[in-house]
Design a protein around this ligand. Structure first.
Ligand code: OAD
Length: 245
């Protein structure tokens, strides 16, 4: 099959599906200017994840961890959704879509998507480690570390760190969607961080036609129906366009 034929074939499957499910990772936001984690220019090439994205790192040095997240907030606040986020949001206006995202940047919602499960949390929320109160938090500068104005406890970014479990309700909703998906698009994720790394395989084992969109093949590619190599911002608008090309 040529690339064009593959894209047309996947597009037809997408159009026939009653609901479209996405699993997205850092690669979908790369064209917005947000660094990915692995690969060239990846955050974990310059910073040690264990010093910045674990509960132990936060207990040791909450100010350092907050500085890292505030730096990322400032970076993300200057970034816009790209044609990949926009193509999904546009498609969602005519057909049911569910996005399971590992990204904490909020760009799917900024593009207009409504059904988004943020399995790794959001950089735009804080959570008190003492009373558990969550709140929307868009501050780009603040006195560190921030304290909860209800109980005086330490606030942390409301994201999932290495060694932590996903929120149970969100995980259950994601698994339900994967179990019933007819077509799953896995976009811009290296497929190495569990449990999300296994989501595509899980959906495939329940009958989904799983399509990967990535710059390169990944460790999960062998389990999927096909891999479309290319930039998400170029491939998704073709796959999701409502007019045939
Ligand atoms: P990674 O940085 O591991 O992988 C990004 C993937 O996107 C790679 O496979 C790239 O080839 C691909 N990619 C890059 N640019 C792309 C583009 N323009 N179009 C399509 N694909 C592109 O990011 P994730 O898989 O999302 O978790 O990482 C998973 C988790 O690891 C993150 O949520 C984060 C991280 O540590 C935590 O912090 C807990």
């Amino acid at each position: 099959m040529t690339d064009h034929e593959l894209i047309q074939d996947v597009r037809e499957r997408i159009m026939k599906a009653r609901k479209l499910v996405f699993l997205t990772g850092a690669g979908i936001s790369a064209e917005s200017g947000i660094p990915t984690f692995r690969g060239e220019g990846g955050l974990w090439r310059s910073y040690r994840a264990m010093d910045l994205a674990t509960p132990q790192a936060f207990s040791r040095d909450p100010v350092l961890v907050w500085e890292f997240y505030l730096w990322r907030r400032r970076l993300i606040s200057g970034c816009r959704p790209n044609p990949a986020h926009e193509a999904i949001a546009r498609f969602e206006r005519s057909k049911p879509v569910l996005i399971i995202t590992q990204n904490i940047d909020g760009l799917h919602q900024k593009a207009g998507s409504k059904e988004v499960l943020e399995i790794h949390g959001s950089i735009w929320r804080s959570r008190c480690v003492r009373c558990g109160r969550r709140r929307h938090d868009e501050r780009l500068e603040m006195e560190l570390p921030p304290l909860c104005d209800l109980c005086g406890g330490l606030e942390r970014p409301d994201v999932v760190w290495f060694g932590e479990s996903l929120d149970e309700v969100i995980l259950r909703a994601a698994l339900d969607a994967l179990r019933s998906a007819e077509v799953l698009l896995v976009v811009g994720t290296s497929g190495v961080v569990e449990p999300a790394a296994s989501f595509g395989r899980f959906a495939a084992s329940h009958g989904a036609y799983v399509v990967e969109v990535n710059l390169e093949r990944t460790a999960q590619s062998p389990y999927y129906a096909c891999t479309i190599l290319g930039k998400a911002g170029e491939v998704l608008p073709q796959l999701l366009s409502l007019e045939e090309s």
